[in-house]
Write a protein that binds this ligand. Structure first.
Ligand code: ADP
Length: 266
């Protein structure tokens, strides 16, 4: 059977005895693939009708309309946008799940990436009075898939904007030490109670459903971050104090970090 998937577990007893257990997980793997395919296909199929609905809503809203009708159509437009965000995130997640690790690692200019995300975050935070601080080690770059890393880092920065009351401070850091490269986002926002932290990267896990939906999230942001990091041999750590703020840090192993190429002497 060429599809056969086995999971092995090796346990050592005392000095010389070893126990090898092989478990047949073929059915579990097949079911998981079926689930992933279903989510990918369903998200893809939802895209076209949503685009049509959005198109008509825009046309209607261009006209002079009675107030209640206009308000109703605006609500529909807002919900259609939310659904589009969900479909986009579901598609991205299923693409990330399709293979375990990234295959081609190109150095990405992490400084440029952070500056671009910073600009987008300032646009999102317009009128909120947030202050952004950047602390970037300009000597090192990161190996990885630029598009995926942009999605992951943006999710963390946009969450900081959304879960920090007006006039907050948000800090973006890229630091390198002997353990590897660390990208972190700190805020002085609402914070998170310790009991929620281990579950935050689960799909659709939310602490406060009404606050999260109102702030425009899809509930998939941190699940996307986790998958992108796993694909880069990296992991996330979350440090938070309710009422004081949070720090989300992405830890990359040393072999994913490369020195920025200096200007060559002529
Ligand atoms: P959402 O779209 O709901 O923001 P995420 O997966 O991005 O989904 O985040 C999951 C939950 O984690 C959020 O609903 C929110 O409760 C909490 N959260 C994420 N980032 C922060 C933050 N910077 N400060 C406080 N809570 C946060």
């Amino acid at each position: 059977n060429s599809d056969l998937q086995l999971q092995y577990q090796l346990t050592k007893f005392g000095e010389a005895d070893l126990l090898l257990v092989a478990r047949d997980i073929t059915r579990i793997v097949r079911l998981e693939h079926t689930r992933q395919d279903f989510v990918a296909n369903a998200s893809h199929e939802l895209r076209t009708p949503l685009t049509v609905i959005r198109g008509y809503l825009e046309t209607f809203l261009d006209q002079e309309l009675p107030r209640p009708l206009q308000r109703g159509l605006e609500q529909m437009q807002q919900q259609a946008r939310r659904m589009e965000g969900l479909v986009t995130d579901l598609l991205l997640l299923s693409r990330l799940e399709a293979s375990q690790h990234i295959s081609d690692e190109h150095p990405i200019l992490i400084q440029d990436l952070i500056r671009r995300i910073h600009e987008d975050a300032e646009a999102l935070a317009t009128g909120r009075g947030h202050r952004f601080e950047l602390a970037i080690d300009t000597d090192y770059d990161l190996l990885g898939q630029a598009g995926e890393l942009q999605s992951a880092f943006s999710n963390l920065v946009f969450n900081a904007v959304r879960y920090t009351p007006d006039n907050g401070t948000i800090t973006l850091r890229w630091q390198v030490d002997h353990k590897g490269g660390h990208f972190s986002v700190s805020d002085d926002g609402i914070g998170i109670e310790a009991m929620h932290i281990p579950r935050l990267t689960e799909r659709f896990y939310r602490i406060d459903e009404s606050r999260s939906s109102a702030s425009g999230g899809t509930g998939l942001g941190l699940a996307i971050v986790k998958h992108v990091l796993v694909r880069h041999y990296a992991h996330i750590s979350i440090d938070s104090t309710p009422g004081k703020g949070s720090t989300f840090t992405c830890h990359f192993p040393p072999d994913m970090v490369v020195p920025v190429r200096g200007v060559e002497a002529s």
